[in-house]
Ligand binder design. Structure first.
Ligand SMILES: Nc1ncnc2c1ncn2[C@@H]1O[C@H](COP(=O)(O)OP(=O)(O)OP(=O)(O)O)[C@@H](O)[C@H]1O
Ligand SMILES: [Mg+2]
Length: 422
């Protein structure tokens, strides 16, 4: 909290407020038991939206009506949770009296966030003196509440949290993996950022071939033993490509047990966030629960499609689901791939965009010679020809995503717009 000259409270802009589309919103919050008592329909709406957000997925929350008095009555009979969020309409001495009553029933380890009417630094200080962990004056929106909770649980010793970018094909074979691998490489080489590439196509992934590496360990070694996995072990089992790109290749051993354990997945993603600025997930074309949970949790999603009817239908369905479960996030980025194949009829970009409600951020022309050479040599597109249109399109896509890490979204088109014609 900051004090301005008039003595009112200026909320440090919530990350989400600074980034209207959630570009730099806080990472997922820890597993918490939360009780929330609202006093107005307005805050109830924000609270429910916050609790259904992906960042709060690990929290277990109980939502009740009645504000601060109802919370006091409830916790005279039961133990307070890790976090108590209470809205109050009371002011002045009434508010302090209610807080004193709450303090009597609150366990010492319980953190309390008070949502109130007044925006006043003196009130804020007095509440903090009374043991309140945070005070948020209304209006509080979903992301403002999430940011408020995140401030309480931020570990100053913890390493900075990296971003997760998920790459997913609307159908099999559209080019999603090639784009994911080239993007990861471009982030490491061009943007000099520590990058981790995870190939989740366990039986058939092409990560090893595309980078011409033979790794002795696979992503299964990171998934199978979550209790042992930490940044040190991760560092030991990744294959290194250049100075900044680390890769976990798929197992490829068809007799391996290929179930992806939920606790292993969660631990791997947490460890990845703590280890690399950007983690690229190369996801297979499946619709399994584990894959949906990765899509739900990612900071950015790139959906790649070819310009035909089945791809268009799939993109529409995929975006419908993702937009509904990620309401406080940037929309997925759509890439049209393998466009302009000679004699093959295709859906026009404008029609594809209209039908799916999403304008492609990049269009990557069909170029069998370039892609064939890159795949056969185990090289990136830029290494074959940095000036080729597909290589430039992918490197612009990488820049677009990388800039989105630090810049507000939705500020118009980027340099990618030059690839929007096909
Ligand atoms: N724009 C393109 N022009 C020509 N060939 C391409 C293009 N994009 C991808 N390819 C080729 O298409 C094949 C499939 O690409 P890729 O493996 O990247 O797709 P995918 O969507 O990940 O497929 P899968 O469903 O198998 O995971 C590869 O041989 C790749 O080189
Ligand atoms: Mg693939």
């Amino acid at each position: 909290m900051l004090e301005d000259e008039g003595g009112t409270v200026t909320q440090p802009q919530s990350d989400a407020a600074a980034m209207p589309n959630g570009a730099s919103a806080p990472p997922p919050l820890p597993r918490l038991d939360i009780a929330l008592f609202h006093a107005t329909p307005e805050f109830e709406r924000s609270a429910r939206a916050a609790l259904s957000d992906r960042r709060m997925r690990r929290a277990r929350a109980v939502v009740e009506n009645g504000g601060l008095p109802a919370a006091i009555a409830t916790f005279r009979k039961s133990r307070t949770p890790d976090l108590l969020i209470v809205e109050t309409l009371a002011e002045g001495d009434d508010l302090l009296r209610e807080l004193a009553d709450l303090a009597e029933v609150c366990l010492r380890r319980t953190k309390v966030i008070v949502i109130g009417r007044r925006n006043d630094i003196h009130l804020y200080r007095s509440l903090i003196d009374h043991g309140v962990s945070e005070y948020l004056p209304m209006p509080v929106d979903a992301m403002g509440l999430i940011a408020g909770v995140a401030r309480l649980y931020r570990d100053p010793q913890a390493p900075a949290q990296g971003k997760i970018w998920a790459f997913f094909g609307a159908r099999g074979g559209v080019g999603s993996s090639t784009i994911a691998h080239n993007t990861a490489w471009s982030i490491a080489e061009d943007h000099k950022s520590e990058t981790l590439l995870l190939d989740f196509d366990l039986p058939f992934g092409t990560c090893g071939l595309d980078f011409n590496i033979e790794a002795s360990k696979s992503i299964l070694d990171a998934l199978r033993d979550p209790d042992r996995l930490d940044d040190v072990l991760l560092e030991r089992i990744v294959a290194k490509q250049g100075e900044r790109l680390n890769i976990l290749t798929p197992s490829l051993n068809l007799s391996d047990e290929m179930e992806i354990p939920a606790n292993g997945l969660e631990k791997l993603i947490d460890t990845a966030r703590a280890s690399a600025g950007v983690t690229v997930l190369d996801l297979p074309h499946l619709w399994a629960p584990w894959l949906q949970s990765l899509l739900a949790d990612a900071d950015e999603i790139v959906v790649t499609a070819m310009p035909d009817l089945a791809n268009m239908r799939n993109v529409k369905n995929i975006l419908n689901v993702l937009n509904s479960i990620r309401q406080n996030d940037r929309k997925p980025h759509l890439v049209l791939s393998q466009t302009g194949v000679s004699k093959r009829p295709e859906i026009k970009l404008a029609d594809f965009a209209k039908a799916t409600g999403c304008e492609p951020v990049a269009t990557i022309p069909f170029d069998p010679s370039l892609f064939g050479k890159a795949a056969n040599n185990g090289q990136m597109l830029s290494e074959i020809s940095a000036r080729a249109v597909p290589a430039r399109a992918v490197s612009d896509l990488a820049s677009h995503l990388f800039e989105a890490k630090a810049a507000p979204a939705g500020k118009g088109r980027t340099t990618l717009s030059r690839f929007l014609k096909w």
